[in-house]
Design a protein around this ligand. Structure first.
Ligand SMILES: Nc1nc(O)c(N)c(N[C@@H]2O[C@H](COP(=O)(O)O)[C@@H](O)[C@H]2O)n1
Length: 166
């Protein structure tokens, strides 16, 4: 079975990074003492394009953006400003944020787990990296990450239900 999603207000809209599910991300380094609140996964993802660059001030602007669309607009505004390793880092950054989203919002965690082993596909008409693109030949990395998070939640939940011996 295949599940296609894209728009927040359509079926499986909670799988979109634009869905209104905030995340609290733990500090990444010992120097960073507080965890940070992000309104959506898209805010976190877009801001991290500039992490570790002289354009980090854009991270604060993105974090404060009123909507994920505005966060994406700022995040896409200066491609030359991205961290040089952005393309190497972006899938792990996306995984971290999506894991946090689905482990902290139990209602949508149930929606994800209820898809069992269905293939999940971001039906983006424009994005051939994160989605499947208009002709559905794209790489679908967002769907792959959602399926990885689903498998990790299944494994974690199975571990929690195992009773200790004796
Ligand atoms: N709902 C929605 N609207 C758009 O306009 C989109 N482009 C997407 N796709 C998401 O965009 C992010 C990738 O952004 P960059 O191309 O790296 O700037 C990623 O979250 C896709 O899932 N979705």
């Amino acid at each position: 079975m295949r599940i296609y999603f894209y728009k927040v207000n359509a079926p499986y809209g909670c799988f979109s990074n634009f869905s209104p599910h905030s995340i609290q991300m733990p500090p990444k380094t010992a120097n960073e003492s507080v965890s940070k609140h992000w309104a959506t996964v898209e805010h976190y993802y877009q801001a991290h394009k500039f992490c570790g660059t002289k354009f980090e001030y854009l991270m604060t602007q993105i974090q404060a953006a009123p909507t994920p669309e505005q966060a994406a607009q700022i995040g896409r505004s200066c491609q030359e400003c991205y961290h040089p390793d952005w393309n190497l880092r972006k899938c792990e950054i996306m995984y971290r944020a999506i894991w946090q989203k689905f482990s902290s919002h139990l209602d949508i965690q149930q929606v994800l787990l209820a898809t069992l082993d269905a293939e999940i596909i971001e039906d983006s008409p424009v994005d051939y990296f994160w989605g499947c693109g208009t002709d559905r030949t794209g790489q679908n990395h967002l769907g792959q990450i959602l399926m990885r998070v689903r498998a990790d939640l299944q494994a974690r939940n199975a571990e929690r239900t195992v009773m200790p011996d004796g």
